[in-house]
Design a protein around this ligand. Structure first.
Ligand SMILES: NC(=O)c1ccc[n+]([C@@H]2O[C@H](COP(=O)([O-])OP(=O)(O)OC[C@H]3O[C@@H](n4cnc5c(N)ncnc54)[C@H](OP(=O)(O)O)[C@@H]3O)[C@@H](O)[C@H]2O)c1
Length: 353
């Protein structure tokens, strides 16, 4: 059992894999899950049979409805973020409580962003991290919203106070975080410029409400062309730039910001940004730069409830729409990772149990 993947994370059952793969009935006390045996590409993901996880004090046992797929799952699978191997990937999902505690009862519908081992039929979810799913929200949507929604929320509400009149740029405007962030930013009154990789992704970014969509593969030199395009639309540069693509766009997005504005590097889908000379911030206009992460923005139960409450409230009000671009069986996690890493997805990817 590995501490880093949580007390309830299943350990692999070496001898049961073939039976499950062959379609035999799974014996009592065992479930099926995705396992990353070693660090590597999507091909290391296997559909295996493992012992049911056991919840400890303060933990719920939840029957998975769907797991959310996030870019961080690919970093962890690939060994870019340190992880023990083998591990069951995933940290997000929705489902129905099997055994409850701390006010949660069997049958309750819950969702979560922070439960390691979520690519599994049964998931141990810390009660302190479980979100009650409102009756009006379907479990597919509940699986798709927490991690990327809470991320979009803290980026716009805490990292920079986006509001009426804010001008902002965001990369990956058709992706999971991007699609939600554009909608929230528009509801807050911002002018939103979004980048997408290809023209085919323009539609989802516009549907989310982006005021302008900039197509990166139409530019011969992104570092020169993106700032020129942005500064034509917003003379002087944007107040804040949110860059989740990282290595391929960082220099370009940094050059789009007005003096004393903020660069928010929130991910590295194209690779990690190499070491950075702080003197560049001086020359670029006394800029600020930050590299935030979700865990530090869900510091207390109150903070989690505040952010989740605003997101569910927006869903209810119809101001937030969760776009599920790919809904696949849990056993197809490998194909889902391949699609995400090939930039072939839009919106959210979920894996249904
Ligand atoms: N810091 C945090 O707290 C936090 C939390 C959640 C997610 N994130 C980060 O947010 C970013 C978006 O995550 P997500 O889960 O919502 O994924 P996503 O946006 O659905 O997918 C990533 C997007 O990155 C773009 N991209 C550009 N170059 C790429 C490349 N070489 N390979 C793959 N994708 C590339 C693609 O959009 P285009 O083709 O349109 O360019 C792709 O759709 C990731 O960097 C992730 O790590 C950060």
């Amino acid at each position: 059992m590995n501490d880093a993947i949580g007390r309830g994370t299943p350990s692999p059952a070496d001898d049961a894999t073939d039976a499950a793969a062959a379609g035999f009935a799974v014996q009592n006390g065992h479930m099926r899950a995705i396992r990353a045996g070693v660090a590597g590409g999507p091909e290391v993901l296997e559909w295996v049979e493992v012992p049911d996880p056991l919840p400890g004090p303060g933990e719920l046992l939840v029957r998975l409805h769907a797991a959310g797929v996030n870019f961080i799952d690919t970093y962890q699978r690939g060994g870019i973020y340190p992880m023990p191997f083998p591990h069951v990937p995933g940290s997000e999902g929705s489902g129905v409580v099997v055994s409850g505690t701390d006010g949660f009862s069997p049958g309750d519908r819950v969702a979560w962003a922070q439960a390691p081992g979520s690519y599994a039929e049964l998931v141990v979810v810390p009660a302190a991290r479980a979100l009650r799913v409102p009756d009006t929200v379907e479990l597919d949507t509940a699986a798709a919203l927490p991690l990327q929604g809470l991320t979009a929320h803290y980026l716009l509400r805490s990292t920079f106070p986006v509001g009426e009149g804010t001008t902002m740029l965001i990369t990956g405007g058709a992706g999971g975080v991007g699609h939600l962030a554009i909608q929230i930013a528009k509801a807050l009154g911002a002018t939103v410029l979004a980048t997408v990789g290809t023209a085919a992704k323009t539609g989802p970014a516009l549907e989310a409400g982006a005021d302008h969509v900039l197509v990166l593969d139409r530019m011969s030199d992104v570092v020169a062309d993106l700032p020129a395009a942005v500064r034509t639309l917003v003379p002087g540069g944007v107040d804040v730039s949110y860059d989740g693509v990282g290595r391929d766009t960082f220099d370009a997005t940094l050059a789009c910001i007005r003096p004393r504005g903020l660069q928010v590097l929130f991910g590295g889908a194209s690779g990690q940004v190499p070491p950075f000379d702080l003197q560049r911030l001086n020359a670029a206009g006394s800029l600020f730069v930050t590299r935030p992460t979700l865990a530090h923005h869900l510091a207390t139960r109150e903070e989690l409830d505040w952010r989740a409450g605003e997101l569910f409230g927006m869903l209810d009000a119809g101001t937030l729409h969760v776009e599920i671009g790919l809904r696949a069986p849990l056993s197809a996690a490998r194909a889902a990772h391949e699609a995400l890493e090939a930039r072939a997805t839009t919106g959210k990817v979920i894996l249904v149990a």
